[in-house]
Design a protein around this ligand. Sequence first.
Ligand code: ZN
Length: 282
Amino acid sequence: MILGVHVSGAGKIYQALDVAHSLGCDTMQIFSRSPQTWRNGSQISPDDIKEFKFRRKKLKINPVFIHISYLINLASPDIRLWRGSIQAYIEDIREAEKLGVDYIVTHMGSHKDTSEDAGIKRLIEALNIIIEKTKGSKVGILLENTSGSGSWLGYRFYHQHKILKGINEKTRVGLCLDTAHAYLAGYDLAVKEGLDKMIDEIESMVGVKLIKLIHLNDAAGELGCHHDRHDHIGKGNIGLAGMKRIINHPKLKNIPMILETPKSAADSDKKNLDLVRRLGRR
Ligand SMILES: [Zn+2]
């Protein structure tokens, strides 16, 4: 099992590695910047980059994922926001490249009051520009499925299928599978049939081998409610048996898993990680 947690960023970027290591993580995810604000112009210093690389090697945290800001909307009908999102995304990839980070994770954008087809078209165009402008970069781009709240795209794997079809240079593009989002979007991962059905759908639409990361979260809302709310492992509606089935599924168990479960208490991450490890051992 390759297991880790999302480390929220206080202090220096390299300190996130210490947190991940202290929790016994193999892998981790961080935000590249404050997730709710646009870039403030400050960049990570060369010394901090050096220290990040040094500690990462020493602590053996692999792979490392960066989650993109929630403000970035590559499917936005607002041309200024769309262009700004592309620019911010490119800057994030360049920063990830400098840090030696493996993947950028992104929600698939929201079409606002236009149509899903129009949103998907803008998203494809944006990704083609981003990939072209960061040509030669080793940083992979992972498209994360959503719960489908509001006008967010990516709550059916048909969307990912259409997007991948439209991307000219596909080698750097993969998927992130968020289990809570899938459940909240209507895939019943609490039962075996629901999990099998989702995996079959992913297999036929895009291919499970494109999943490079699993956001392993339980779901705090009802099946198909489209509200994006994560829960502690085993405490939500996917439940203990459902989470155990996901963790041990032969097609999923070797994919890196990152917890984005609530940090309601100081030991929440530790408890959730311990539980996942126990479930993984069977
Ligand atoms: Zn997620």
